[in-house]
Structure formats: C-alpha cells, structure tokens
Design a protein around this ligand. Structure first.
Ligand code: GLU
Length: 386
C-alpha cells in the first residue's frame, strides 16, 4: 500500500456517470454502488473522513423524463438534473444508512468556490459535516447551472472540493485505469504510466483523445484536475471503477496512475488560488521572469511582456510564458488598466507612471501558485524582488 494512502486522513472519491448508470437501460447500478459504499464504510471505520463527488443526475433524470438520446436543451438538462439528483441522493442515503453512516447532500454552483467569501462558507459547511461523522455527497447544482456559469465536469469539481477541504487524496474512479502514452486499444505501443511527479506538456499531451461520450470528463479534464489537486496539496489517483469494491482493489495494488502533490505545505489561500476555474486575465512573461517565478520570487512588472483581460485588483490571473504554457496563477496587485501602463517597467518607476506608490510586484509570491509542480531551485534566479 502506498505510503500516501496509509497516511491519508481525508479522502474525496469521485465517480462518473458511466460507472453509475447502466448504458442500455440508464438505470442506477445499485449493486455495484453498494460495493463502493462498503469500501467507503470500511475506510470510515478506520477513522478516515470520506467525501463522495458523484455524477449521474442528468443521466438518471433524462431516463425518468423520457428524453431521447442526444443533446438536451439547457432547461431540459436542468430539469433532468433535478429529477435525477433526488434519486441519486436517495440511493446514497439508503446505502450509507445500511452501513451505519449518515449522508448529506451538497450541491455547489461555480460561484460557491470562485468567490472567496462563499468558498470559505462552503468549506466550513463540509468541515462541519465531516466533524459530525457525516459523509457529504457532492455534485454540481446542475438545476441552476448554465453553460457560462458551471464547472462542467465533475473531475475539476472534485479537485476544487478536495483542495478546498485540504483532502489528502482525491480518487477518480473512471472507466479507464489511468493515463497511457497513447490510446489503449488503438495504439499497440500505448504504455500505462503508474506515477506522475510533474505535469509536463508531454503528460498533458498524452491525455488528448481518451475518453467516453457518457460523462463529460475525458482524460484532458482528469489531467487538469490533477494539476489543480497537486498544486493545491492533494495527491490524486485515477483507477478503474469498473470492478466491484474499487477502493479495496486500489489498496490491493490495482492498476492506477498517481499524481503526487509537493511535499511542501500549501497555505489555505494558495489552495484557493491554485484551483481558480475562471481567471480574469492572462499575463505573458519573459524567460527571466519565468526563472524568477520558478525560484520562488514574485512577478515584477518588468518581466511582463503582454496582458489580456479586464481584471481588477485582487482578481485571479493566469501567468504564461512566451510559448503559451501556463506557469502559474496568482492574484493581480493592479487592475488591468494600471497594469497595462507599468508592464515592462522597473518597479521604481511605478509611482511616476501611475501617480501613486502601489506594490512592487504585479503578483506577489504569497498570492501565487506555480502549477504543474515545477520545483523551485531548478533554474537559476536572474531577477529578485525589490
Ligand atoms: N454533474 C453532472 C451530473 O451529475 C455530471 C458531470 C460529469 O460527469 O462530469 O450529471
């Protein structure tokens, strides 16, 4: 058993629609689900706090409402979610109760995690439930979510929830047993990758093209979830849920891909920044600034070559290099309008340009996370924060 698993106190288990719902009849696979709940109860028995992130509401509801296969209109999807979610909740409540556990339903809307105040509120609710020994069952509130305002897939929602509550491990139960170098079945040379210590562009590229059309998350969203989880301090593992007792199987060494979080503790504030789903802007930086960032320094205006977006002071922005590769995320110390005037300039010139003395850094290191676990100290520092 992995040391990370042994040490884990709090786990988030995410399961997708394709595991929960029979493709033909679109009925809930209650028998399989019962084996997973057995496993969850066994982990809870060992003193672990367990959170479930479950999809399936739309798939279950559309059957009940008799919708034909294919794309649903927004309001049809919302109606299907409302009908399916109540069935889902009932199944979890019953299966958990049979094992002596209490269930709680938590439905989240994008703003509940993107806005700091609401994020803190959602976090304290889930923490309170866990303290009370309850198993929260989380899903997106699809009944009110619209296409612009939604998580869209439960892989990223699960990563958001896992880092929000400082979970030690996020388990993605999927219809694939991990990440491969190619598409298994189609590419004879496709090799399984058991461990990922850094999410490089090569790793992200491997994720392309693998997925099912049933749930909304293919491998791309899983790697994106891994990036969010690991940079927020949570290890993530993808394994097959197509077996009975999938957590027992994982413990016994079933095939899986582990994405490891850095050992360094991540502050609560940085966890929030790392998993921002809708950054408001983009800062492009030069090589010198990229090296400074990776070495743990703040981002100074001098190293920024371009900016996009209409962000305000305090909004989250993406930080990319000249090749467009995302290096990190952080909170802007200046609104876009002011930022546009000071980029490329020395920090000592800020006051003369803007007419007030603002912060030296465009994104302070305390307000920034480096994504993909690029380790500090690998590159040399060429710039230091004044
Ligand atoms: N929230 C959606 C549902 O419950 C599923 C999204 C997903 O599977 O990624 O139906």
């Amino acid at each position: 058993m992995k040391q990370q698993w042994r040490a884990a106190k709090r786990m988030v288990i995410k399961l997708g629609s394709s595991l929960l719902v029979e493709p033909e009849s679109q009925a809930l696979k209650t028998q399989w689900l019962a084996t997973l709940i057995d496993d969850i109860a066994a982990q809870a028995e060992k003193g672990r706090e367990m959170v479930i992130v479950s999809s399936g509401s739309v798939a279950l509801g559309r059957k009940k409402l008799g919708f034909a296969p294919g794309r649903l209109k927004l309001e049809e999807g919302q109606a299907a979610a409302a009908v399916g979610q109540i069935e889902l909740a009932r199944a979890y409540q019953q299966l958990l109760a049979e094992r002596g556990l209490k269930a709680a339903q938590v439905l989240l809307t994008l703003g509940d995690t993107e806005e700091r105040r609401r994020y803190l509120n959602a976090r304290s609710t889930i923490n309170a439930l866990l303290k009370l020994g309850v198993v929260p069952v989380v899903n997106e509130n699809d009944t009110v979510a619209t296409s612009e305002l939604r998580y869209g897939d439960n892989d990223r929602l699960a990563a958001r929830v896992a880092t929000m509550i400082s979970a030690d491990i996020l388990v993605l139960l999927s219809d694939v047993d991990g990440l491969y170098t190619g598409v298994p079945g189609r590419d004879p040379k496709a090799r399984h990758i058991p461990e990922v210590r850094q999410i490089t562009p090569e790793i992200a590229a491997m994720a392309g093209g693998i997925g099912t059309d049933f749930g909304s998350g293919g491998m791309v969203t899983k790697v994106e979830a891994a990036r969010m989880a690991t940079s927020g301090g949570t290890h993530m593992v993808i394994t097959s849920g197509q077996v009975e007792h999938p957590l027992q199987a994982l413990e016994a060494g079933a095939r899986s891909t582990w994405f490891y979080a850095d050992g360094d503790p991540v502050t609560a504030r940085k966890r929030w920044i790392a998993a921002t789903l809708q950054p408001r802007g983009v800062l492009t930086i030069d090589e010198g600034a990229a090296q400074a960032l990776l070495a743990g320094n703040s981002l100074l205006p001098a190293g920024i070559t371009a900016l996009e977006g209409d962000f305000d002071r305090g909004d989250a922005v993406r930080i990319i290099d000249a090749q467009g590769c995302e290096l990190g995320r952080g909170l802007a110390a200046y609104a876009a309008e002011d930022a546009a005037q000071i980029i490329g300039h020395k920090s000592s010139e800020i006051e003369a340009i803007l007419g007030y003395a603002g912060r030296t850094a465009m994104v302070h290191r305390d307000d920034m996370v480096i994504l993909g676990k690029a380790k500090t100290g690998k590159r040399k520092t060429t710039e230091t924060e004044s």
